[in-house]
Write a protein that binds this ligand. Structure first.
Ligand code: PBG
Ligand code: ZN
Length: 327
């Protein structure tokens, strides 16, 4: 008789799979790809084992390999030869990302190419736009940086990007980029906004990978404090209002409550499992303390369960292989 409700009945091996609510699929995944203008061959990234900076000459083959593995979208980051105060290489029609977009599209036209629209890889001071002196000291200037973001996004669209992804957290950047794209005939290019981006310590390895660390200050005047949930959701609501096509929560795993809430706004939501989340799993796995595959799949399944339509993850290529094994 007792207990009345036996939860274990439906967990029998033959029944359990029928009732699975959340299954990862290759269509959920976006693979970040670093292209380094100065690289002649692949350069390893110490704090991100398994990830590399590719030379431009390999951009097409990387895309081909990902496509053949079943990955349908990639997020491109460029590491330029030259940095300056104005981030001029970021909107150069022959800049590294612009060339990489064309190379990928030439090799795999069906690949959905997403580009990161930001200036921190291109500025000598490492901040995400134009810096100046404010009443609180040197800081990222909001409105003067908007024009820069428009130019970067436009140059990506002109090179063939399908989706542009502003990651600078400037107020009004989505509206500004949308207007610029529409004005220049790119109304079909979508905007995936890094709409809720926390001021997180988990971006450390990325800053090694993309050489985008800052010379002074930090990003806390433009990114969301990790403990503030209403502010976090409001950031995404504003980008929704400004016309974003896809919202994003970043990092992913520590912020699932925010992801679940942003999902209710009604448009697709991406989650970015960032470099630090990747590095933690890799480091523990290298010591034999965690099972890399099991933990990676668990984190990604939970990110999907919380509401992500898309997951940007450095595990994308591995996951594609793991999903194949299971069939
Ligand atoms: C650029 C950008 C960053 C990341 C994505 N785009 C770094 C930052 O904001 O400092 C982080 C990605 C990661 O850690 O994997 N603004
Ligand atoms: Zn940036």
């Amino acid at each position: 008789m007792f207990p009345k409700r036996r939860m274990r009945r439906l967990r029998a091996p033959v029944i359990r799979p029928l009732l699975a609510e959340t299954a990862l699929s290759k269509n959920d995944l976006v693979a970040p790809v670093f292209i380094d203008e100065t690289a002649q061959k692949q350069k390893s990234i110490e704090s991100m084992p398994g990830q590399v900076r590719y030379p431009l000459a390999e951009a097409g083959t990387v895309a081909r390999d990902l496509w053949d593995a079943g990955i349908r979208a990639l997020l491109l980051f460029g590491i330029p030869r030259k940095k300056d105060e104005q981030a001029s290489c970021a909107f150069d029609p022959n800049g590294i990302v612009q060339k990489a977009v064309r190379a990928v599209k030439r090799e795999v036209p069906e690949m959905v190419v997403i580009t990161d629209v930001c200036a921190c890889e291109y500025t000598d001071h490492g901040h995400c736009g134009i810096v100046g002196v404010t009443r609180h000291g040197p800081d990222l200037l909001n409105d003067p940086s908007l024009d820069l973001m428009d130019r970067i996004a436009l140059s990506h669209a002109q090179s063939g990007a399908d989706i542009v992804a502003p990651s600078c957290m400037l107020d009004g950047v989505v509206q500004s980029i949308r207007a610029a794209l529409d004005r220049e005939g790119h109304s079909d290019v979508a905007i995936m906004s890094y709409s809720t981006k926390f001021s997180s310590a988990l971006y450390g390895p990325f800053r090694d990978a993309a050489d985008s660390g800052f010379r002074f200050g930090d990003r806390s005047t433009y990114q969301v404090p990790p403990g503030n949930s209403r502010e976090a959701v409001l950031e995404s609501m504003l980008d929704f209002d400004e016309g974003a096509d896809i919202l994003m929560v970043k990092p992913a795993g520590f912020y699932l409550d925010i992801l679940a809430e942003v999902r209710t706004l009604g448009i697709p939501v991406a989650a970015f499992q960032v470099s630090g989340e990747y590095a933690m799993i890799k480091a523990a796995a290298a010591r034999g303390w965690l099972d890399e595959k099991e933990v990676a799949l668990e984190t990604l399944t939970c990110i999907k369960r919380a509401g992500a339509d898309l997951i940007i993850t450095y595990f994308a290529r591995d996951v594609a292989g793991w999903l194949d094994e299971e069939q």
